[in-house]
Design a protein around this ligand. Structure first.
Ligand code: AMP
Length: 283
């Protein structure tokens, strides 16, 4: 049976007793509104650990004031059922007061070269919120392994850097992107899309796939790839492009010439809904 914890001391106590029994712990941090993407991380954690801990916390500090914190989907009842079905042992459900108290917060600021590029250009405070909450969660849960999705590729790079720089003793595992049948990357935010936006949104991955083909058949210039994707999106959707970029998959540095392990990443807004996606191409 899945146990639910709402306070840090009660969870600590449980984790201490599990560690005394030499149980390995796999941890999946989420903001809830669980979908198959989240479940794939839970299933991976289930395969690799004695105990699986899931956290659901819609973290206010990673949303800017004008963003969707208030209306972010919250589906706790369904989430609990799905989590239990996938074999979660402990569900950590803190509220904002428990995570942040009432005093100003110590923040974790990761290398701006990683946090100010790509999504960080339009969301300059986002990754400080992410790094801070994940550092706190790692200290609370002290897992052996933590599972993140490649869907949020920049987040995974930023968190790995944070965990390495702050010497967290955790192995971080990045899991592949789960997609809808038409290719759209699964996301809790897809629920915001109306029918037309939902139809058009499949163009994002279709464009990335075509770009991969172009790269595989010899195109080496990033600009050509970026222009190709932009044309595709602008010609077939009403989406507003935030960015399209070709970057080194590990350093997130923009590349002019495609060489090695390259990530092609994009963010596009459909109405107020900002969607992100990426592919990795080994050139
Ligand atoms: P979120 O609840 O959006 O903060 O996501 C929690 C975790 O699930 C993050 O590590 C995400 O990268 C991961 N995730 C979200 N969507 C997907 C997806 N479509 N495929 C794989 N992982 C995902």
């Amino acid at each position: 049976m899945m146990l639910v914890f709402k306070t840090i001391p009660s969870l600590h106590k449980k984790i201490k007793s599990l560690k005394l029994k030499n149980k390995t712990i796999g941890f999946v941090p989420t903001m809830g509104a669980l979908h198959e993407g989240h479940l794939s991380l839970i299933k991976k954690a289930r395969q690799q650990n004695d105990i699986v801990i899931l956290s659901i916390f819609v973290n206010p500090t990673q949303f800017a004031p004008h963003e969707d914190f208030e209306k972010y989907p919250r589906t706790l009842k369904e989430d609990k059922l799905l989590a239990e079905m996938c074999g979660v042992d402990l569900l950590f459900l803190p509220d904002t007061k428990i995570m942040y108290g009432s005093s100003p917060l110590t923040e974790v600021i990761v290398d701006p070269a990683l946090t100010r590029t790509l999504c960080g250009k339009s969301r300059p405070t986002h990754f400080t919120g992410v790094a801070t909450v994940v550092a706190k969660l790692l200290n609370i849960v002290t897992p052996d392994k933590m599972y993140l999705g490649q869907k949020d590729a920049q987040q995974a790079v930023v968190i790995k850097k944070m965990a390495n720089d702050l010497n967290f003793d955790v192995k971080i595992i990045t899991c592949p992107i789960l997609r809808e049948k038409d290719g759209l990357a699964m996301s809790s935010r897809n629920a915001y899309l109306n029918a037309k936006q939902r139809r058009e949104s499949s163009l994002l991955y279709q464009s990335l796939k075509k770009a991969r083909q172009k790269i595989k058949t010899g195109e080496k210039k990033s600009k050509k790839i970026i222009d190709f994707i932009r044309e595709n999106i602008l010609n077939h959707t009403h989406g507003k492009i935030d960015y399209i970029a070709c970057v080194d998959a590990d350093t997130l540095k923009e590349v002019k010439v495609l060489r090695g392990k390259v990530m092609v990443a994009l963010a596009v807004k459909f109405g107020a809904t900002r969607l992100i996606d990426n592919i990795i191409v080994n050139t």
